[in-house]
Design a protein around this ligand. Structure first.
Ligand code: KG4
Ligand code: ZN
Length: 353
């Protein structure tokens, strides 16, 4: 059966890849046609379950992945209008992430692939975030300078082609999403704090609190956010939590975090002259960041790719996208793959399959 809305030219065949991500607290399955066309992207969020604890509780996360895996898969197939028999390969996030959570997705994914007799493709969660910017858009011109900013990462990556990565810089301490969530919690906002701070910041004065740009030891493109977090926490404790403080601190803190990211992106743009710039990961939903990155692209005449909001946060479609390009280059894993909690992003373009 053909998926709704898809038309094939005579003699042309499409490959449908099913992608699974259970790296943290979202159970997600996406089905993607030929690497970039999203047929379905189903995400079961556990936000409500973790919010009362103010952060992700690993055991609750893995137990719920187990409960939600089949319903999410069924819904993804239904929305795509496909049956399992039409799936060409299964791609799954192997790491990095929470071990117990990753294990559910990896075990499920490889069992599904083995049962269907189709390839299993192991994907790095960070590279999946890079590919999220291609979804429903197409493959951009390389080299691509991509900033992945999420609850666990702040990575500046130069992608020279499929599977060719140079990690230019990382955070030396906390990730931007993590500091938004911690400061948001101290402000009394619901978990995760990042999106809530983004909303209240719109009404605040970004110059009300001063946050000096942190100095970072390490590589020239490394970043640091824990100093900003500590300053924010101290400021909240000394100013109290009036509505005005919540608004102004959110605005000032957002401005400071975005300034750090913008500065690093600009330095990398000047040094590496990429053909395209992308910002991805949960924090790329941030309104101020999106605005500033577009301005930066305009200043340097470089096209900017910002994923649609639903593809910024964790989803299976971005895993399927990367899986397609890996499959095309013979990057198939064996059925005995395991989850790797601290999996590093490495180039695979020249690997023996
Ligand atoms: O990519 P993601 O879904 O999961 C990880 O791999 O970490 O990112 C989740 C993070 C959370 O920390 C959340 O607060 C942050 O993305 N986030 C935001 C916004 N929307 C989500 N941070 C700032 N502004 C937003 N609008
Ligand atoms: Zn993520």
């Amino acid at each position: 059966m053909m998926a709704p809305g898809l038309r094939l030219m005579e003699g042309e065949t499409s490959l449908f890849i099913l992608g699974i991500d259970t790296s943290c607290d979202d159970t997600s399955v996406g089905i993607v046609r030929d690497g970039v066309g999203v047929l379905s992207s189903v995400v079961s969020s556990q936000e409500d379950l973790h919010s009362r604890y103010g952060g992700v509780v690993p055991e609750i996360a893995s137990r719920n992945h187990l409960a939600m895996m089949i319903p999410v898969l069924t819904e993804a197939l239904r929305k795509a209008g496909l049956t399992l028999g039409e799936i060409a390969a299964v791609a799954v996030t192997q790491g990095p992430g929470l071990m117990g959570s990753l294990l559910v997705g990896v075990t499920f994914g490889k069992s599904l692939a083995a049962g269907l007799g189709i390839p299993i493709i192991a994907v790095n969660h960070l590279e999946a975030h890079v590919y999220s910017s291609f979804l429903d858009r197409g493959v951009p011109e390389f080299p691509l300078l991509c900033l992945v900013v999420s609850g666990g990462h702040s990575d500046l990556i130069l992608m020279e082609g499929h599977g060719k990565y140079l990690v230019l810089g990382i955070t030396r301490d906390d990730a931007p999403g993590e500091v938004f969530d911690k400061v948001g919690r101290e402000l009394g906002l619901d978990y995760p704090g990042g999106p809530h701070m983004d909303v209240v910041a719109e009404e605040g004065n970004a110059r009300a609190f001063q946050f000096p740009i942190p100095k970072v030891s390490g590589g020239p493109f490394d970043m640091s956010f824990s100093g900003l977090k500590t300053r924010a926490l101290l400021a909240i404790r000394s100013s109290g939590k009036t509505e005005e403080t919540v608004r102004n601190l959110s605005a000032s803190f957002r401005e400071a975090v975005v300034e750090v990211l913008e500065m690093k992106l600009e330095e990398a743009l000047r040094e590496f002259h990429p053909r395209t710039v992308a910002v991805t990961g949960g924090v790329s939903r941030n309104r101020l960041l999106r605005e500033r990155v577009k301005q930066l692209g305009g200043k340097y005449g470089v096209p900017v790719l910002l994923p649609q909001p639903q593809y910024c946060t964790d989803n299976g479609a971005m895993v399927a996208s990367c899986g397609y390009f890996r499959l095309q280059r013979g990057q198939v894993a064996s059925y005995d793959i395991n989850a790797i909690a601290d999996l590093e992003l490495k180039s695979w373009e020249d690997d023996e399959p």
